[in-house]
Ligand binder design. Structure first.
Ligand code: GLY
Length: 342
């Protein structure tokens, strides 16, 4: 990884949503720039984080830290209730603000709770993982899991700002880097420039630019935004089936390879493009194989629970004009494509 203990000049990208536009700041040592983004009305700052994050924030306001548990089991409606109840106890009002400081799970949970507390309170996301910086913390999707699936309940609630301090990545475990690279690989197929060989800051900025543009075009995922889920249909199924032993980015990498195979079997892309998918995944040293084989019929039943599956199984697939959501009717193709990742 790059060393960001030295200073890298922070750059801002705006997520353009009219009057609700907001900046995403990317740099090093910029975590305390958060004070610049606090609305004037703010008296109290509720910082939602996890025990192991270990980043101290200083906001010049009355602030309190609310620690949530780690792990996908804690990404639940119970955690949301507990947070909201402790905010009531503390006296957090609608003029105050919540800060989500942590990985994608923390920012999803903090933003979800913020979106429903007093019918909506301001939130700032400070992602501390690569995955959070390039994807989860940006775009306003919030949510928690149900026993039946990942992120099945949630809201769209845009933050006031997102602050990506690359210094936070100094202590990121190797597996978490892989998770980030799973999402970064995805952007290679969504219109990003070739990021292989770029500095970390330029890679993060490029992903954020692509994501911001897509979110600006389709904030509430009426259509185009679904492409941000490239590789995610199989990924979500794998995560549930493996009881979350497979981390999200690892599952996305397998899901991208699988989606390329489905597109190939449907005649949407040629072998060269499938090879390009494999090259990108290999570049980021991402495995495209399952550790234990899975029954393709079971996989199909899990696909049917996906939020995108309205009238059948909808997949985000590559093609001549780029990736797009496609209704896949032929289940034999979906089963056959499993061979490539087994
Ligand atoms: N992570 C997918 C999205 O924000 O739409």
């Amino acid at each position: 990884m790059d060393d960001y203990s030295h200073s890298v000049e922070a750059k801002e990208i705006i997520v353009d949503l009219g009057t609700r536009s907001y900046p995403v700041l990317v740099g090093s040592n910029c975590v305390n720039d958060v004070t610049k983004y606090l609305p004037e009305s703010v008296k109290r700052v509720a910082i939602v984080t996890q025990g192991q994050i270990g980043i101290q924030l200083s906001t010049d306001k009355e602030q309190k830290v609310f620690v949530i548990e780690e792990g996908e089991d804690a990404k639940s409606i119970n955690t949301i209730m507990e947070l909201c109840r402790s905010w009531v106890d503390w006296g957090l009002t609608r003029s105050d603000i919540v800060i989500g400081l942590g990985g994608g799970m923390v920012t999803d949970v903090a933003s979800f709770a913020a979106s429903i507390y007093h019918r909506g309170v301001n939130v700032i996301n400070i992602p501390t993982t690569l995955l959070g910086m390039v994807d989860a913390a940006i775009g306003g999707k919030t949510g928690v899991n149900l026993p039946e699936g990942k992120n099945l309940i949630g809201t769209f609630w845009q933050p006031n700002a997102v602050i990506c301090d690359l210094n936070a990545l100094q202590t990121l475990p190797k597996r978490e880097w892989k998770c980030g690279y799973g999402e970064i690989a995805k952007y290679h197929f969504l219109g990003a420039k070739d990021m292989r060989g770029k500095d970390l800051i330029d890679t993060v900025l490029e992903c954020i630019k692509v994501k911001s543009k897509i979110v600006s075009q389709d904030e509430l995922e009426g259509g185009r935004r679904a492409i941000l889920n490239y590789g995610h249909t199989l990924a979500h199924a794998l995560e549930i089936e493996n009881d979350f032993a497979l981390a999200h980015g690892e599952a996305v990498a397998i899901g991208i390879r699988y989606a390329a195979e489905v597109a190939f079997l449907m005649g949407r892309i040629g072998e060269d493009r499938v090879l390009y998918h494999q090259e990108i995944l290999d570049h980021y040293e991402l495995s495209t194989k399952l550790q234990k084989s899975m029954d393709p019929n079971k996989v199909i039943s899990l696909f049917l629970r996906d939020k995108k599956s309205k009238d059948g199984i909808t997949f985000v697939l590559d093609g001549e004009t780029g990736v797009e959501p496609i209704l896949v009717q032929d289940r034999n193709i979906l089963k056959k494509a499993m061979e490539v990742v087994q």
